[in-house]
Design a protein around this ligand. Structure first.
Ligand SMILES: C[S@@+](CC[C@H](N)C(=O)[O-])C[C@H]1O[C@@H](n2cnc3c(N)ncnc32)[C@H](O)[C@@H]1O
Length: 334
């Protein structure tokens, strides 16, 4: 193959990149992976179970074989592959809700307006729905449940590396601000038997909290006030907002911190070196996701330091939290 035709093939694959995502979210929404979790099934059985058109479902499954999500059995039924197992709900490492969120209607329509967001610098989600994504989800319990569980799916697999990267020496109480359903806080509490937790989020954000006995759940608005604690955690919160809103949240955290307090910000950190861009594809796609959905962005270490500084905090160190792509940025009162 010539270089030009190989390059063309690569571009065509990129262009068709959304097809597999739509296939996965359709499988998940129909409940096919959960149905196959009980054992191999025929197209007819799956169609009856999911209410789908048998011929079209057969074509979906055939394409899913090509993506190594299901495999045909010798007797003409379909079974899950190791990858397909991860589309089942509630399984370790599951991405079933992530597929439904990021390839589902709301996010899908916002990405369809990427050009508008690039022209205006504004989140297309608000143009389409007339409200911010968090306001929208608070009014849509089905989407909210998918969002909460999708965040938990992402956080669950990253949690061990994040917990290891945060030094909680001397910390009695840890508050997770915008902590969702408490998945990350639960991992901290499990690793530190003497620790107490405060899960703080909006009423719709906490959903059905999972953080357990040594945790209190407090609902409220982080732009107004956040609970006091020895240490605060903000994971995947800063990237949701523009600089002005972030300085407001960080200032509320600073106000709630004692003199010995610590803030752990958990986010991917962009490397500003142009040569490093190819290695940061996922974070750069997430940056565009924030552009179209919330008006937020991904940031460099210098940009995080400036936000913290504007809120009376000082960035002391940045440590990666492998194997996730997150880093832990530690800050103390300035
Ligand atoms: C991207 S999610 C991150 C959830 C969790 N920290 C994680 O990483 O899995 C952002 C969180 O911020 C919460 N949030 C948004 N606006 C908020 C507000 N005004 N006050 C408190 N929490 C808020 C959302 O409900 C959501 O749980």
């Amino acid at each position: 193959m010539t270089t030009a035709s190989a390059e063309r093939g690569r571009l065509v694959e990129l262009l068709f990149g959304f097809f597999p995502g739509q296939l996965m979210q359709t499988l998940a929404r129909l409940g096919v992976p959960d149905a196959l979790g009980e054992g191999p099934a025929s197209v007819e059985e799956l169609a009856a179970r999911t209410g789908a058109h048998p011929g079209a479902l057969g074509r979906l499954l055939r394409a899913a074989v090509g993506l190594d999500l299901v495999r045909p059995t010798a007797d003409g039924r379909f079974a899950l592959t190791a990858g397909g197992e991860l589309l089942r709900t509630g399984r370790p490492g599951s991405v079933g809700n992530l597929a439904q969120l990021f390839c589902g209607d709301a996010v899908w329509r916002a990405w369809g307006e990427l050009e508008w967001s690039v022209r205006t610098g504004e989140p297309a989600f608000e143009k389409i729905t007339g409200r911010s994504s968090f306001e929208h989800m608070a009014q849509d319990p089905t989407l909210n449940a998918i969002f909460t569980e999708a965040m938990a799916e992402g956080t669950r697999s990253a949690a061990p590396g994040i917990v290891t990267s945060c030094d909680l020496t001397g910390v009695g109480t840890l508050a997770d601000v915008g902590g969702g359903n408490g998945t990350l806080l639960a991992a901290f509490l499990a690793a530190h038997p003497g620790l107490r937790g405060i899960l703080f989020d909006t009423p719709s954000g906490v959903g059905d909290p999972v953080a357990g006995e040594r945790c209190v759940v407090v609902t409220g608005d982080m732009f107004a006030a956040v609970p006091a604690a020895d240490a605060h955690l903000l994971k995947s919160v800063i990237h949701d907002w523009d600089d002005e809103r972030n300085v407001a949240v960080l200032t509320r955290v600073r106000e709630a911190m004692p003199a010995h307090g610590t803030l752990f910000v958990v986010e991917p950190v962009l490397d500003a070196d142009p040569d490093a861009l190819a290695a940061q594809r996922i974070t750069l796609m997430s940056d565009l996701n924030m552009l179209v959905l919330t008006g937020g962005r991904e940031r460099t270490e210098v940009e995080f330091a400036a936000l913290l500084d504007a809120a009376g905090l000082r960035l002391t160190d940045v440590s990666p939290a492998p194997p996730s792509g997150y880093s832990v940025l530690r800050a103390v009162p300035a």
